[in-house]
Design a protein around this ligand. Structure first.
Ligand SMILES: NC(=O)c1ccc[n+]([C@@H]2O[C@H](COP(=O)([O-])OP(=O)(O)OC[C@H]3O[C@@H](n4cnc5c(N)ncnc54)[C@H](OP(=O)(O)O)[C@@H]3O)[C@@H](O)[C@H]2O)c1
Length: 271
């Protein structure tokens, strides 16, 4: 059980979407917050709001696509705030274009932000967790990290990598015998605007998720040391379907409308 009161919790990509909502919920539970986003200015209104509510909160601008920036910002955090108890690797980006319509730079940036940044943040904060014998590492992947989707080749591949990252890390930590918990989160589409325009064929089984509900479930998963959170539960079907031969797998994805889900994607409008 990871009680959040009094803990130092770092959330990346906290300026919008579920990062912002998790920050509010975790602040309400009495934690001290360290919030990262592309610029500190984008976090200023949230910092002021949470500080007015009595939360100790520090904000940092850091481009997660730049390893040097992550290393430097993490060093500042360790100096300013001390060790981090809970690291929530939340920031992510999506282009939503087919493989040939994506530029090399877009593809690379997707991997830097969605995948490689997790290696750098975790390598920066894990040593202090190991020294203290406690900590919690949260990786936000996606249902698209369990079953890939047309127009999401880079995004899906970057989120599959997050699943592998969490799995290897979980086992490495178990081998060391340290009680550091990892939580992998794989949600279906959420109404944050990141995936604006997507469609779902069977909304009862696979609804477009409410961001506030997703944020609450992730915070509860942290508090209950849950190892894997699939939202909704039906996302388990993606894991099970992986045992099928590729043609049967593809037919199932077509039936559930997954293969057409990105057809009308528009994505987030620039801030
Ligand atoms: N929305 C969905 O349908 C969905 C479904 C499954 C999984 N997820 C995953 O859930 C996580 C949160 O998604 P969300 O919907 O809350 O997205 P969001 O509203 O777009 O929030 C993502 C945040 O990350 C920040 N960010 C982007 N690139 C960054 C960079 N290079 N350095 C630092 N910060 C950066 C963004 O800042 P700017 O706004 O300034 O770019 C934004 O504040 C992501 O990992 C996403 O892949 C989302």
């Amino acid at each position: 059980m990871t009680a959040l009161a009094g803990k130092t919790v770092l959330i990346t990509g906290a300026a919008s979407g579920i990062g912002r909502l998790m920050a509010r919920k975790i602040a309400a539970r009495g934690a001290r917050l360290v919030l990262w986003d592309l610029t500190a200015a984008a976090l200023e209104d949230l910092r002021a709001e949470l500080a007015a509510g009595g939360c100790t909160v520090q904000v940092y601008g850091c481009d997660l696509a730049q390893r040097e920036a992550i290393v430097a910002t993490a060093a500042r955090v360790l100096q300013d705030c001390g060790p981090v108890d809970v690291l929530v690797n939340n920031a992510g980006i999506v282009n939503g274009r087919s493989l040939l319509d994506s530029s090399d730079d877009e593809i690379e940036r997707t991997f830097r932000v969605n995948t490689l940044a997790l290696f750098s943040t975790t390598r920066a904060f894990l040593p202090a967790m190991l020294a203290r014998g406690a900590g919690h590492l949260v990786s936000i992947s996606s249902a698209a990290g369990l079953a890939a989707v047309p127009r999401l080749a880079d995004y899906s591949a970057s989120k599959f990598a997050v699943v592998g990252f969490d799995e290897a890390l979980r086992q490495e930590l178990a081998e060391r015998g340290v009680p550091i918990v990892t939580t992998l989160v794989c949600p279906y589409y959420i109404d944050t605007g990141m995936f604006a325009g997507v469609r779902t064929r069977f909304p009862r089984l696979l609804p477009i998720l409410a961001a506030d509900d997703v944020a609450e479930r992730i915070v509860r998963a942290i508090e209950t040391d849950r190892r894997r959170l699939l939202i909704p539960r039906f996302v388990i079907a993606a894991l099970l379907a992986r045992a099928l031969p590729p043609r049967a797998f593809d037919a199932l994805m077509r039936f559930f409308g997954i293969t057409r889900s990105m057809a009308r994607f528009t994505g987030r409008r620039p801030r």
